[in-house]
Design a protein around this ligand. Structure first.
Ligand code: COA
Length: 166
C-alpha cells in the first residue's frame, strides 16, 4: 500500500488543494491530508475547524483519504504513518524556492521519504488561502474558490468576527 502525506495549513482548504489531492490519488493508494503547524503562520481557523472542513471535503474519496492534525516534525509523522512520500503543489515559479528548501531539508532529515510535486490546473494558479480569506472578509464571492461547506463556515466566521468588532 503506497501512502503519501499531503501537509499544509489548509486555512481553509481550497479547490486548488483538492486538485492536488486528486492528482496524488491517481498515484498513491492513500493520501493523508495532514494539518501541520507552520511556525510562521497564525491561522484564522482553529485546528478543529480546519480539520472539520477537510474531513467534510474528503468524505467522497472514502478509504483512500484521511486527515489528522499534527504538531511536530513532519517527517516523524510520515514515518509513523509508513508514508513513502510528501505531496506538495507547485503553482508558479514563486513557489519554487520555498518548496525546494523544504523538500531538501525533509530529505536531509529522512532520506527514505520523497517529496513529490503536482501542478494544479492553471485556473488555480492565482489561488491561495489568504486571498480567499481576504475576499470573504470583504464580502466577495468565493464560490469558485472553495466548496459550498467551506464557504458556509467561512461566512459564519466572518460574521462572528464582525460581531466581535462592534
Ligand atoms: N492551491 C491553492 N493554494 C495553494 C495550493 C494549491 N494547490 N498549494 C499551496 N497553496 C497555498 C496555501 O493555501 C497557502 O496559502 P497562504 O499562505 O495564503 O495560507 C500557501 O499556498 C502555502 O501554504 P501550505 O501549502 O498550506 O503550506 P504551508 O507553507 O503553510 O505549510 C508546512 C508548510 C506546514 C507543510 C511546513 O511548515 C511543515 O512541514 N511544518 C511541520 C514542521 C516541520 O516538519 N518543519 C520542517 C519543514 S522542512
Amino acid at each position: 500500500m503506497k501512502i503519501a502525506i499531503y501537509p499544509g495549513t489548509f486555512d481553509p482548504i481550497t479547490y486548488g488543494h483538492i486538485d492536488v489531492l486528486e492528482r496524488a490519488l491517481e498515484i498513491f493508494d492513500k493520501v493523508i491530508i495532514t494539518i501541520a503547524h507552520n511556525t510562521a503562520k497564525e491561522p484564522l481557523f482553529t485546528d478543529p475547524e480546519r480539520l472539520d472542513m477537510v474531513k467534510h471535503v474528503i468524505k467522497k474519496y472514502g478509504k483512500h483519504t484521511d486527515t489528522e492534525y499534527f504538531d511536530g516534525l513532519l517527517v516523524n509523522y510520515a514515518r509513523k504513518k509508513k508514508a513513502i512520500a510528501l505531496v506538495r503543489g507547485l503553482r508558479a515559479v514563486s513557489d519554487f524556492e520555498y518548496e525546494l528548501q523544504m523538500a531538501l531539508m525533509n530529505r536531509k532529515l529522512a532520506n527514505d521519504i520523497t517529496t513529490i510535486f503536482f501542478m494544479p490546473h492553471e485556473k488555480h494558479t492565482y489561488l491561495n488561502s489568504s486571498i480567499v480569506r481576504e475576499i470573504a472578509l470583504l464580502n466577495g464571492d468565493i464560490s469558485s474558490f472553495v466548496p459550498a461547506y467551506v464557504q458556509k463556515i467561512l461566512k459564519s466566521k466572518v460574521q462572528k468576527l464582525r460581531k466581535r468588532k462592534k
